[in-house]
Design a binder for this molecule. Sequence first.
Ligand code: SF4
Length: 218
Amino acid sequence: MAPPPRDAARFRQILDLLRSSHPDVAPSLDHGSPWELLVATVLSAQCSDAQVNRVTPALFARYPDPAALAAADPARVAECIRSIGLFRTKGRNLVAAADRIVREHGGRVPPDRAALEALPGVGRKTASVVLAQGFGIPAFPVDTHVGRVCHRLGFAPSAAPREVERRVTPLVAPDRWNEAHLLLIRHGRACCSARRPRCAACPVARLCPWPGQAGPRP
Ligand code: SF4
């Protein structure tokens, strides 16, 4: 079912305003290939991107491709990412994912959602990040910031990722999904924080129905 036209127009207005506020928006996980992006995104679960960017240079130098990581001892990989939350589980998952990429995909990260989501430690959001930012395939990753902001802005009845994705993707063309994802994350971090949104300083407050704002009701 097509979304109400006013929702689509309001969403595009919000993206335009956020782009004016954050003209430099870009992916914040350092990477040089789909493989490195996959690894960094798996590591970023419940962990800041800055923390991930501190450990990945040494990790990528030691294990430069899936074949190298597939042959690694998970305990040594875990040691390499020790400052990251859930490092043992993530280390195990990365080795298992690399092994599967070597055995089933010729050592290359598959540009395919189902194949990505079949990898250990890879869920829908990680697959969407890899598709959108690693391969340029339209996808709209919904993390905690995107979910919260879209819910507060009245585009989804909850912050549940699948619901947010289902409601928001029809609002703009697929070639804008990744930019929308990046802008909403940046806004969630910079202004619309979980505990204390800075509504008085918000560039999209007049378009926001969150209680106390002047914008339209959803
Ligand atoms: S007005 Fe407040 S709740 Fe709405 S998007 Fe801005 S910071 Fe978030």
